[in-house]
Write a protein that binds this ligand. Structure first.
Ligand SMILES: [Zn+2]
Ligand SMILES: [Zn+2]
Length: 394
């Protein structure tokens, strides 16, 4: 150890890959044999309070249906912060987060004919599901009745129960069924957040059949909210943003909102009575929904996308009954719908507003995300990751 050099924290559970003779460092991809897995550079947490540190992952060699992806960009989602800090319950470490992945195919398995090396592709919040239940068969894999396999921190049943590791990494290997095609016309860094924030807001807008002339309300103007504004505008809707802070009014208008209502201003909320068809509520903190129901027209709907960790104030059933209003939830989108969303974004020139960060800025970016200091999504440039070590940490 060189004196004065920062000492990386010890790994909580260093894992040696079962067949490490099958692994080599990715310095010379051309020299790799077909059945060799990659050692990938990564950033992840080794405990709930470690912050993010450099790690090396052993990625599996592509099986017959697998696509190996050289990751270029990965968006930073608020879920990543909760997961790496163990705020959503016990977590296995090391944990490399990241489920807004964009990169180029580097190798494919023998049964893959829909992707080829060089293709620009994306991976979102899931990398597998049971493929047999009613939801999976309907292309709604996110609602898999046997539980979808998350892109990170999930037990991967089809890969010996290993724990999935996400996109803050130089490469990833994913079954072709869970890989989507990224249109070349969009900025790949700004596409990354579409894979979670984009499809999470696109899916309920589509479910409600938002079209020309509809009025869409958006509650909260963070990563999800800013995508909801852009997508609803692209669908032809008139967009009303609800925010608690006056400071966000110019930003909302700049994103394309037609109107901004300060939700703490009772007169402004009363003036919005019966003016909206569907509300996309992106706020994850507990908040009172009843004032928002009063802004909906008959047969309107409110989709809640944020999952508060504490109880919400009670919903007033009368507010729903008197206007036949639906109070609904929605979780990301299926694989086919994710592809549809990307194609829609290419057609309409929609992408996220982003700030690209280096790997050594990830911890600072997390603190800024928690403070709400980002417009509107951080994206990691994976070319700034360190070279992988000679041995894998996980
Ligand atoms: Zn996410
Ligand atoms: Zn299923």
């Amino acid at each position: 150890m060189t004196p004065g050099r920062p000492v990386p924290p010890p790994l909580a559970h260093a894992v040696t890959p079962a067949d490490d003779h099958d692994l080599e460092i990715a310095r010379d991809p051309a020299s790799r044999s077909a059945r060799t897995g990659l050692l990938a550079a990564a950033y992840g947490a080794v405990s709930s309070d470690s912050g993010l540190v450099p790690l090396t992952l052993a990625r599996r060699a592509p099986k017959e249906d697998d696509v190996e992806i050289a990751i270029e960009f990965c968006g930073l989602c608020h879920s990543d912060v909760h997961a790496t800090r163990g705020e959503w319950g016990a977590q296995s470490y090391p944990l490399v987060p990241g489920h807004e992945i964009v990169g180029r195919v580097s190798r494919v398995g023998s049964a893959v004919d829909d992707f080829a090396p060089g293709d620009l592709v994306g991976v979102g919040c899931m990398v597998d599901s049971c493929r047999e239940c009613e939801s999976c068969l309907e292309g709604l894999e996110q609602y898999c009745e046997n539980g979808m396999t998350g892109t990170y921190g999930a037990k991967d049943a089809r890969n010996a129960g290993s724990v999935t590791q996400g996109g803050y990494s130089s490469s990833v290997v994913v079954d072709r069924r869970y890989v989507v095609r990224v249109p070349e016309s969009l900025d790949p860094a700004a596409v990354a957040p579409l894979l979670c924030a984009g499809v999470t807001t696109f899916s309920p807008l589509r479910r409600f059949d938002v079209e020309d002339g509809d009025v869409v309300g958006v509650v909260g103007l963070g990563g999800l909210g800013h995508m909801a504004v852009k997508l609803a505008k692209a669908m032809g809707a008139r967009v009303v943003v609800f925010t608690t802070s006056e400071s966000k009014v110019p930003a909302a208008l700049e994103l394309g909102a037609d109107e901004v209502v300060l939700s703490r201003d009772e007169d402004a909320m009363a003036a919005a009575d019966r003016s909206i068809d569907v509300i996309i509520d992106t706020v994850a903190a507990p908040h009172n929904l009843n004032p928002f129901f009063r802004t909906l027209r008959r047969d309107g709907a409110l989709f809640q996308l944020g999952l508060p960790s504490e109880a919400m104030p009670p919903v007033n059933p009368g507010a729903l009954i008197r206007r036949r209003i639906s109070y609904a939830g929605s979780l990301i989108g299926g694989i086919a719908e994710t592809q549809e969303m990307l194609d829609f974004c290419a057609e309409h020139g929609v992408a996220a507003d982003i700030e690209v960060v280096r790997a050594d800025q990830l911890n600072e970016a997390y603190d800024r995300m928690v403070a709400g200091d980002v417009k509107y999504r951080f994206v990691l440039d994976t070319s700034t990751l360190q070279a992988p070590a000679e041995e894998a940490d996980a």
